[in-house]
Design a protein around this ligand. Structure first.
Ligand code: SF4
Ligand code: SF4
Length: 340
């Protein structure tokens, strides 16, 4: 497998070191300090960033030169044996999420919606929004992006091509379909950003859920009953790999009358849901992030906390609801606006 795509000379010439200076979880005394750490990472030397990183993905978005700082960081963590989560947790997850070899080939119809390793969420693909959709899911289609949180680029390299082959051989090729809607940012990020940086070929066109919904709403515009409410959006880590889709989400919210008012921890400053530090057994940090985030949502009068990531939702839903804010997935909010 090829090395992670990055150009050390671009970092050498970089004057802002945005990848580290904008990090919300690690502080640097100066740009020079951040640059010293970044060059150590690039050179395969020890850097404190390898140990302190929360694995929030954000530096991937912060780099103005698309130089893949986070993917490289994960590579160096793995090379030097820094495990963000305890080894027993990693090993359990590797076993749990491994391919099962249980899927059988089936004909599918457009639109094909990939629910990845979350078949339990297949019920979300409902109503006129997903009219006629074929749903595919299972561990054998798992996008495997989660290993970025566990310093396991090798698992991404081993398992992603396997999932791509299954998607093609079990479903798309025989059905003469060449595109697939990714219900989760994780899958879209894998088949676009990760695949490009890791040199993995993707023979189908990944469609982001927001892109699909936004276009579908144009056909269903006469049925929309505006939500007319302030919402807080919990932007997930994997959306850092496809920031262009955040504007498409704004278009969806506008169409359904959901007001994403400015708040501190949204967009570029989105906070981790707390699930990752919880898995890393950094409970105090997880509690602190949750509290700051929910206080911020309350301060803007949010009626809904809107999620696109099922893991964020599972992590935050109870506390969000206990604070009087309704947790809901983007797709369910849209289905509600369609009166279904
Ligand atoms: S990764 Fe990007 S932001 Fe960071 S030093 Fe390199 S070019 Fe600059
Ligand atoms: S992944 Fe997040 S926590 Fe880690 S260095 Fe990048 S911005 Fe900082």
């Amino acid at each position: 497998m090829p090395a992670i795509k990055f150009d050390p000379s671009v970092c050498q010439a970089c004057e802002t070191v945005d990848c580290l200076m904008k990090c919300q979880y690690i502080s640097f005394g100066s740009i020079n300090d951040a640059k010293t750490e970044k060059l150590k990472i690039n050179n395969g030397e020890h850097s404190r960033v390898l140990e302190e990183c929360l694995t929030c993905y954000a530096c991937q978005e912060y780099c103005p030169n698309s130089n893949n700082p986070f993917f490289l960081l994960v590579e160096r963590q793995e090379e030097r044996g820094f495990l963000p989560a305890p080894k027993p947790i990693l090993e359990e997850q590797l076993r749990m999420m491994q391919p099962k070899g249980k899927l059988t080939a089936a004909k599918v119809k457009h639109p094909v919606v990939n629910m990845c390793a979350f078949p339990m969420l297949s019920g979300c693909v409902r109503g006129s929004l997903f009219d006629g959709a074929s749903v595919i899911s299972g561990n054998d289609l798992f996008c495997n992006i989660m290993w970025l949180h566990f310093a396991k680029n090798t698992t991404i390299r081993e398992r992603v091509p396997h999932s791509i082959n299954n998607i093609m051989n079990l479903y798309l090729r025989n059905s003469e379909i060449d595109e697939m809607v990714c219900f989760h940012d994780e899958c879209f990020g894998t088949y676009t950003s990760v695949a490009d940086a890791y040199g993995i070929k993707v023979p189908f066109k990944p469609i982001h859920l927001f892109d699909y919904i936004n276009r579908r709403l144009d056909s269903l515009s006469d049925r929309i009953k505006p939500i007319n409410a302030v919402i807080a959006y919990q932007r997930p880590c994997s959306n850092r790999l496809c920031p262009e889709t955040d504007k498409i989400l704004d278009g969806i919210f506008d169409k359904i009358g959901a007001r994403r008012v400015p708040r501190k921890y949204d967009r570029g400053h989105a906070l981790c849901c707390g699930g990752v530090p919880r898995a890393q057994q950094r409970d105090e940090l997880a509690d602190e992030l949750l509290e700051k985030n929910i206080e911020d949502m309350k301060s803007v009068g949010a009626a809904f906390c809107v999620f696109n990531c099922p893991f964020c939702m599972a992590t935050m839903a109870q506390e969000v609801a206990e604070n009087g804010i309704m947790p809901i997935l983007v797709s369910d909010l849209v289905v509600t606006a369609l009166g279904e």
